[in-house]
Design a protein around this ligand. Structure first.
Ligand code: GLU
Length: 343
């Protein structure tokens, strides 16, 4: 199926299942109203093009493993995926190289440092600590196979598109902006080359990484991408396999331990869901076997997490009893709002 065919197929399905008046959508609308006037945080500006984002943009989208979708606010406003791409590309690297080789190039240990930190890379083994920080993500992009940049990007973009269920474009302005200002990422890549942690085609891999970060999505896409992970790697609407089922747990594990920058410990304690955040303002949180929540709001805290997204996800997790480590989660409200979604 071509990109546009996938897109129109999904639109038809979405039109068929979205229910404007459902109690769950009313719940999401209330949440949106509660946090819409919260103007804490700042739009990212270290990549000049990202500074054009509007502080008031705010969308929430939820997609379930049985293909229901719910959205409120700016759920169809495009933004660049940025670091939210990282777990998905880690999955592709695992498929291309297997666990042993992939883990020889990138670990799975949280850093507690900022996403673009260079310190531990130099003072430790030279192996980036995990695929969610920039060093690890560049190393991971280096593992994506293909004869040349175009083929490698087509494979990577195709993989993200299978998760979303439609063909995702690249924002060329953001890509060019990142490419011309990404000196720190270049430094990380060259330091890894020095340690033999990345293959010598460093410039090509950096280009691939900048393109990967510049893929345009919206909250609806992001919820579907998360729901695909929640559904064992199969897109709930198109039924396409986006990742081999045996690697889904690898991807979700690094999201759980490292996905929310240097707030991940706090996030896992409070929200209890594997998640990933990006400086474009997107956050996706996955409830395995149930659904995914995506929030888009470009006002970020000092760590790079969307402030409204943190608040929305924490509220949903508490309200619906979603914390994965809860002894006896109270999912009565979830069952009321989404009958048939959990046993
Ligand atoms: N492309 C961004 C960078 O490399 C991604 C940062 C992020 O979303 O965390 O700095």
């Amino acid at each position: 199926m071509s990109g546009p065919e996938i897109a129109s197929g999904v639109q038809a399905l979405l039109g068929g299942v979205r229910s404007a008046a459902s109690p769950f959508r009313t719940y999401l609308k209330d949440l949106h109203r509660r946090f819409a006037n919260d103007s804490e945080g700042r739009v990212a500006d270290y990549i000049p093009e990202l500074a054009k984002a509007k502080p008031e943009w705010f969308g929430i989208s939820v997609a379930t493993v049985n293909g229901l979708t719910f959205e409120v606010g700016d759920a169809q406003t495009d933004f660049t995926i940025q670091s939210v791409s990282k777990p998905f590309v880690f999955g592709l690297a695992l498929e291309d190289n297997g666990r042993d080789h992939t883990l020889s190039r990138v670990g799975v240990e949280p850093t507690g440092d900022a996403f673009n930190s260079i310190i531990k890379l130099d003072t430790k083994s030279g192996r980036p600590q995990n695929p969610m920080v920039n060093a690890g993500a560049i190393s991971t992009a280096g593992l994506v196979k293909g004869a040349h940049l175009t083929e490698r990007f087509n494979r990577l973009g195709g993989m993200l598109s299978r998760y979303a269920g439609r063909s995702l474009p690249v924002d060329m302005a953001v890509y060019t902006s990142e490419r011309s200002t990404g000196h720190r990422n270049r430094a990380l890549a060259h330091l890894m080359l020095n340690f033999g942690m990345i293959d010598p085609n460093v410039d090509e891999t950096l280009d691939l990484y900048f393109q990967q970060c510049s893929v345009l999505i919206n909250a609806r896409d992001l919820a579907m991408m998360g729901a695909t992970l929640a559904n064992g790697g199969v897109n709930p609407l198109t039924k396409e396999q986006a990742i081999a089922p045996e690697y889904v747990q690898d991807v979700l594990s690094v999201m759980y331990s490292c996905g929310m920058y240097d707030y991940t410990g706090e996030w896992s304690y409070r929200v209890g869901l594997p998640a990933k955040s990006g400086v474009g303002g997107g956050v996706v949180a996955v409830v395995p076997r149930v659904m995914a929540i995506a929030v888009f709001s470009p006002l970020l805290d000092e760590r790079g997490n969307s402030v409204r997204a943190l608040k929305v996800c924490e509220a949903i997790s508490k309200d619906l009893g979603l914390h994965l480590l809860a002894h006896s989660p109270n999912r009565r409200r979830l069952t009321e709002l989404l009958p048939g979604i959990v046993d």
